[in-house]
Design a protein around this ligand. Structure first.
Ligand code: PSU
Ligand code: MN
Length: 306
């Protein structure tokens, strides 16, 4: 095991026995949701993974150590600290290790640490992408480059429309990242089941997605996969309402002059404030839905490997 990495005992045992494991990120805990719903959700997501036959491994950097699998106490610490804890993407990992610092890992850093640990399936809410106006700001999430290089399948509810979804799909196509729709031909947009864009390919069962993952890893050239799982219909929000909210949030970000790694947390917090509790409830439900599919996918992968 790499010297920088600590596996929780449950995660180490499951990996040694080739049992299904699902990685979970922690930026969603500290920067993506308010306390105490963030901690409640993180623990409920872990329980959902267990209930569907896999072992959860929430990923973070704690006191300079890369962690795959956190204790409830560590999740509580990240959730209470909120945005006071560093948001850690790939480039922040060496800095936090050198300083003995603590960071909540984004999709990019969680993929990196999951791959080091030997975990191939990861569940989250939404991934980062190409921001609107990226042709002048150059703001493209490191999540996309990580998907291009690191062999982990990321189960998400698609791409939030704070981003330029069309450009995000172009970037993923250029970098050879399959975008799979689970039970849908349409790319979901987080709170909405249809972004207006298509996925590359639709699969209706976890077993079929597991076969595509197996083929992707067998190529040996790295690179992950996006598994887009639409929010359950009963929790979806109307697209016209979300479009208005997102326009407001983007205008607020421009007026506040936000840039760099602060952009995504700022937009997420504004969208959440402008939609009130409704978007938070939907957010929790879609993450649980992704945890369920990721567990089923990890089970299907383990069955293929057996
Ligand atoms: N999108 C969401 N919710 C989130 C994030 C993105 O709908 O919580 C978080 C994830 O941790 C993702 C990160 O990896 O934001 C992307 O940040 P950036 O755009 O700075 O790369
Ligand atoms: Mn960015």
């Amino acid at each position: 095991m790499p010297a920088l990495l600590d596996l929780a005992p449950t995660v180490a045992a499951a990996l040694a026995a080739r049992q299904p494991v699902v990685a979970l990120e922690s930026t969603i805990i500290s920067h993506g949701m308010p306390w105490p719903q963030n901690v409640e959700t993180a623990l409920a997501v872990e329980a959902e993974v267990r209930a569907h036959g896999a072992v959860p491994a929430t990923v973070a950097i704690v006191d300079g150590r890369l962690k795959a699998g956190l204790s409830a106490g560590e999740i509580e610490r990240l959730g209470r600290a909120g945005t006071a804890v560093a948001k850690a993407s790939r480039r922040d990992v060496p800095v936090l290790v050198a300083r003995g610092g603590t960071g909540a890992t984004t999709v990019a850093a969680t993929m990196l640490i999951a791959a080091l640990a030997g975990i191939r399936v990861f569940a989250t809410g939404g991934i980062g992408g190409v921001h609107r106006g990226a042709e002048t700001s150059f703001d493209v999430s490191a999540d996309l480059q990580e998907l291009a290089r690191t062999p982990v399948a990321v189960v998400c509810a698609g791409v939030k429309s704070i981003l330029d979804i069309g450009l995000t799909l172009e970037y993923l196509e250029t970098h050879g990242v399959p975008v799979i729709g689970y039970g849908t031909d349409r790319l979901p947009a987080f709170f909405c089941r249809d972004s207006g864009f298509s996925v590359d390919a639709r699969f209706d069962t976890p077993a079929e997605i597991a076969r595509a993952m197996q083929a992707q890893w067998a190529l040996g050239s790295g690179g992950g996969m996006v598994v887009a799982n639409p929010i359950p219909a009963e929790h979806a929000l109307p697209r016209d309402v979300m479009d208005g909210v997102i326009e407001r949030a983007l205008a607020d970000a421009a007026a506040a002059g936000v840039s760099g790694k602060a952009v995504t947390p700022f937009l997420l917090a504004r969208v959440s404030a402008l939609t009130g509790g409704e978007s938070l409830a939907g957010n929790i439900q879609l993450v649980l839905n992704n945890a369920r599919l990721a567990a089923q996918l990890a089970v299907a992968c383990a069955a293929l490997a057996a």
